[in-house]
Design a protein around this ligand. Structure first.
Ligand code: NAD
Ligand code: UDP
Length: 325
């Protein structure tokens, strides 16, 4: 009898998204290897999985080669918050590019399927709104966000070249802003920043006028989309947008967080950051038609769950990965 249990590697598996993917795969009975260098995460995200016989944790950096035998790879390793990826921009580029080369090489050798966590950032500061997968983007190649944006763009190029030249079985997803439990409280991203500030009664910092928009996807919805993409038909390799098309200004988000936490925090305006995209919203027709996927959790509901998580943790137990929060 052929087994349906797969050996699955999740790089960046201790991170926010990676830890939820590991949890889903362990619960489904797969043999899961979580790989992480713990730059922007800590073991507490996967501590509850450590006692499970089908879960294994490896401290490793994806910029270095690695020899494993696996059936599938979720390549999630990369700092994702602007303050983290700009902290050591050269390392960020190396993580995207050399990490992709190492994982694609492993996939080629093992004949494994490999999924790349790409990003809406490959669209840059978009001149087309909302963004379909066919939009090739508007990225400043020499700005402070380029280490991440161009690194992820180069990784997409490598994935498609390995697919065309070496027939590697790939999947490429473009993730739009995702939030939820296990975000690092000091990652500097807007949802975690606003909730942390609101719960501590600190000023809520809006960068710029707060009229820039983002579309926020709850983590459970996203993970469902990622797993459907990995398990989807081999002739649909992507790239596919995964995100929630509900679009909000950053000021609206700040007001929702204040209202839901009952905080007395004041909203203050800080200087805008360079190359900050003014608008972002995914077109998800492809994910709907090919994967039968669309997000179900509205922002108000997901925020309530995320606020409950932030209330439940002891922030003193979290080490800020960089001073940029
Ligand atoms: P995260 O920072 O919580 O997770 C990234 C993980 O990768 C961390 O555990 C970190 O320690 C690890 N890591 C970083 N560099 C590494 C290296 N060189 N070797 C090994 N491990 C390394 O961020 P996240 O939000 O979970 O993002 C996961 C992936 O999804 C990233 O590739 C990110 O670019 C992508 N993504 C996330 C979002 C989002 O909104 N969360 C949006 C677009 C794309
Ligand atoms: N932002 C903000 N205050 C903060 C953190 C972020 O106003 O404390 C803004 C940021 O300038 C951007 C948006 O919120 O316009 C989303 O930022 P985030 O870092 O979460 O992700 P991005 O989508 O920019 O990668």
């Amino acid at each position: 009898m052929p087994t349906t249990i797969k050996r699955i590697l999740v790089t960046g598996g201790a991170g926010f998204l990676g830890s939820h993917i590991c949890e889903r795969l362990v619960d489904a009975g797969h043999d899961v290897i979580c790989l992480d260098n713990f730059f922007t995460s800590q073991k507490s995200n996967v501590a509850h999985l450590l006692g499970r016989p089908n879960f294994e944790l490896i401290r490793h950096d994806v910029t270095h080669p690695l020899w494993l035998e696996v059936d599938e790879i979720y390549n999630m390793a990369c700092p994702a918050a602007p303050g983290h990826y700009q902290y050591n921009p050269i390392k960020t580029m190396k993580t995207s590019v050399m990490g992709a080369i190492n994982m694609l090489g492993m996939a080629k050798r093992c004949r494994a399927k490999v999924l790349q966590a790409s990003t809406s950032e490959i669209y840059g500061d978009p001149e087309v709104h909302p963004q379909p997968e066919s939009y090739v983007g508007h990225v400043n190649p020499i700005g402070p966000r380029a280490c991440y944006d161009e690194g992820k763009r180069a990784a997409e190029t490598l994935f498609f070249d390995y697919h065309r030249s070496n027939k590697v079985n790939i999947r490429v997803i473009r993730i739009f802003n995702t939030y939820g439990p296990r975000m690092h409280p000091f990652d500097g991203r807007v949802v975690s920043n606003f909730i942390r500030q609101a719960l501590r009664g600190e000023d809520i910092t809006i960068f710029g006028d707060g009229q820039q928009t983002r579309s926020f996807c709850y983590v459970d919805d996203l993970v469902e989309g990622i797993i459907r993409m990995m398990n989807g038909p081999d002739d649909f390799v992507g790239p596919v947008n995964l995100g929630n098309p509900g679009e909000f200004t950053i000021r609206q988000l700040a007001e929702m967080v204040i209202q839901q936490t009952g905080s007395k925090s004041k909203i203050v305006q800080k200087p805008a950051t360079p190359d900050d995209p003014k608008q972002r919203k995914p077109v998800i027709d492809l994910a709907k038609s090919k994967l039968g996927w669309e997000p179900k959790v509205p922002l108000a509901e997901g925020l309530a769950k995320t606020i409950a998580y932030f209330k439940s943790i002891d922030m003193a137990k979290f080490r800020a990965p960089t001073p940029n929060y």
